[in-house]
Design a protein around this ligand. Structure first.
Ligand SMILES: Cc1ncc(COP(=O)(O)O)c(C=O)c1O
Length: 392
């Protein structure tokens, strides 16, 4: 009835564990479609110029899809670099046998540097003291390690200001235990219709590249583009593009260029675990926030704000039998309630789609982002770890 495989009490623990990883034991779960992920990488590969390399950004568990799953798909598709957001994430990938070059984004404190050197995590460097400390640690380990110089071209978050880059380049070049492998910067607004700020950042990036060239410094990877840049700023592709969102089948904005065939990889599902028939005037949930205007059929999904769904009241939809069922009442920690009166064929234990496609209908990450007053990145990474992930 539930679609779960029954386990006899005398089944072995190994069998139980094996099933546990294949079948979600909770009636709310996330499906990650490995086939679509691979196809998306192939579509991106076919779109970008072949000489432009791919760096796959898999920080925050590959935007909630599983860092290992995304990293493996990216490498199969020819990615030459991975990027993570923390030492733990990088070491975890290394422990799973991934030995591809891996850039660690953000700023490192000195205590982290030996870990970077030991696990071959390429540091982004943006200041003299870090360059010196990293050089010391690398020399002590008997290694020559690659570094990527991070330029601040206007984001004003990480990086050395583009006007002050050259002295830092000199310091890197003076250290025999360091190799200046990359120079990069990050767009603050590459996916909007107005490209003026992105073009200003590009101009500043090019100024530094020209200075390096004039000084005779060759750099293997010059990279500036994220997903928005890949799509809309071909003049900024340089040697490599850093993609996080796009391979997951989600666009960074509503206005950026589309790639035919690209599809979302993540689907969030739940089953109808309870159905209540209520009369006119009756209410649903905490705070009595929904009052039925007539006889209504209300279904319960065991997924709530404790799973990352926005804490909304009487807003949003879920797909049941390929149709839109409106949320009624307030979203609770472990449950949300929907009105299925207009979907009479809906039954207990039916599979509902909270995010993704069912039949001809779709609830996109952007649609949920609107409920949250946020962006699709936040929605994808916001699904909590307690929701089981199933790779299909
Ligand atoms: C420095 C850097 N490069 C690239 C990316 C990937 O961006 P996107 O997910 O838009 O492709 C990120 C993500 O935030 C980032 O921080």
């Amino acid at each position: 009835m539930t679609g779960l495989v029954d386990l006899e009490p005398n089944e072995s623990q190994e069998h139980f564990e094996e099933l546990r990883h294949r079948i979600p034991l909770r009636s709310a779960w996330i499906e990650v479609d490995a086939g679509r992920l691979q196809r998306n990488f192939e579509i991106i590969n076919a779109d970008k110029p072949p000489q432009v390399r791919l760096l796959s950004v898999v920080k925050d568990e590959g935007y909630g899809h599983g860092a290992l799953t995304v990293a493996r798909a990216a490498l199969r598709a020819g990615a030459v670099y991975l990027a993570v957001g923390s030492i733990e994430d990088g070491v975890s990938l290394r422990e799973h046998g991934l030995d591809a070059p891996m850039l660690i984004l953000g700023q490192r404190q000195e205590a982290e540097l030996p870990w970077c050197v030991r696990h071959d995590l390429t540091c982004a460097v943006a200041d003299g003291p870090t360059v010196q400390a990293l050089a010391r640690v690398a020399a002590r380990a008997g290694k020559r390690v690659p570094v990527h110089l991070k330029l601040n071209t206007g984001m004003n978050r990480y990086g050395v200001r583009w006007t002050e880059a050259l002295p830092l380049v000199e310091r890197i070049l003076a250290e025999h235990s360091l190799e200046l492998e990359g120079v990069f910067s990050h767009f603050a607004m590459s996916d909007e219709a107005d490209k003026s700020f992105a073009l200003l950042q590009l101009e500043r990036f090019q100024i530094v590249l020209a200075e390096l060239e004039a000084r005779g410094v060759g750099v293997r990877y010059r990279h500036l583009c994220n997903s928005g840049g890949l799509l809309d700023l071909p003049q900024a592709h340089f040697d490599m593009v850093r993609l996080g969102l796009l391979p997951l089948g989600v666009y960074p904005s509503q206005v950026c260029r589309r790639l035919a065939g690209l599809e979302p990889v993540m689907t969030v599902k739940a089953r109808l675990v309870a159905i209540q028939e209520i009369g006119p005037g009756e209410t649903v949930g905490y705070g009595l926030r929904y009052q039925a205007p007539s006889h209504r059929r209300i279904a319960v999904l065991p997924l709530g704000y404790g799973d990352g769904f926005p804490r909304v009241r009487n807003r949003g939809f879920v797909l049941v039998q390929g149709r839109r069922a409106p949320l009624v009442g307030g979203v609770a920690m472990d449950a949300l309630t929907i009105d299925i009166t207009d979907i009479p064929e809906a039954q207990l234990w039916d599979e509902a789609v909270v995010m993704g496609r069912q039949g001809a209908e779709e609830i996109s990450a952007h649609e949920i982002a609107q409920l949250k007053n946020s962006v699709s990145y936040d929605v994808l990474t916001g699904w909590r770890a307690r929701l089981p992930r199933v790779c299909i």
